[in-house]
Design a protein around this ligand. Sequence first.
Ligand SMILES: Cc1ncc(COP(=O)(O)O)c(C=O)c1O
Length: 399
Amino acid sequence: MLSASTLPSAQARLLEELSEELRALDDRALRRRLTVVDRIDGPWVEIGGRRLISWCSNDYLGLSAHPALAEAAASAARDWGVGARASRLLAGSTRWHARLEEALAAWFATDAAIVYPSGYLANLGTLGALLSSRDVAFVDRLAHASLIDAVRRTPATLRVFRHNDLSHLAMLLSRAGGARRRLVVTEGIFSMEGDACPLAGLAELADSHDTLLYLDDAHGAFVTGATGRGTPEAAGVPHERFLYMATLGKGLGAQGGFVAGPSPLIDYLHSRAGAFLYTTALAVPVAAAAAAALRVLAEEPARREVLRRQAARLQERLASLRLPGAADRTASHILPLILGEAERAVEVARRLWDRGCWAPAIRPPTVPEGTARLRLSVTALHTDAHIDMLIDALADVIT
Ligand SMILES: Cc1ncc(COP(=O)(O)O)c(C=O)c1O
């Protein structure tokens, strides 16, 4: 490694500027640090010799460590190797990618599906391919950063509507008559709020304004709806009303992102989505594991029921504590506890840690200023005793 004195001066200056910015982030409790997990055992994690219950995993159905996924990944790694070796359009499209896409299309009853190496890339690639300078995108104010980043990178006009506020959206839509495409971008279950989007009303509004709907169902796919077909199924709105995107790394316990839809859309993305074209394909064992997860879900529907029951239990127990900042509108497996300033959220997270509960502080810019929070996510792996332990800890820590 070069010492400071041998660094080129431009780089030494850059590092000095970055260090200064890091100090400023530290002063505002906004600096991020990685927590290295040494071992995972169901909902338990081991970190630096401490065993804690994790309340921050998105492996909602507990599939990530399922033996069928592990075996599918191990077997694919033995037969195919690990890396996909190239982008999908070069040598990277294996039979496992094709099988996974066919299985996703069958799951959502669409013509086809396209898999990206992550959900972030799926949003970047898809929205980037669909939006031009002649278009207007209407994005919910609390939509995930990947959606906002994706739209901002396009030359389309960005309009932000108040969270889940259909009247505000209607007003903005009525002012965008001249656009080639109008595209509403929102989430099925909001990643940091845990509340659902009013899908039925939204679909009606979009129809009446001849407008497209892009639904990111990262936190609803495979988890919500009577058969795990996601928030459209839960809301009773046909899937084809949406341009439907979701991830493989949450409810499915694997990794990746996808769009499931009509053939012309998927074919177009094969040719025009930069984040699909210019990146190495999803690792083959991961594609095989995701395909196995779909089979497990079909065979073990009770996992969704366990998750629903445990989410309801945590919601009820939280409501009975009457904690300041507990959202009253959450009815999902994501439960935010809004604490205000970043310093307070960090302090509460630290005290929970001392009581064996891992729920890191979520701070701006991930959430709006003044709404730093704990984001508790329940999984099918949490037992009643784990929930009781969290509730006791919260009752002690938040006053
Ligand atoms: C709503 C939403 N969309 C997209 C993503 C990105 O997905 P991935 O983690 O697969 O990149 C996330 C992940 O955190 C998310 O919460």
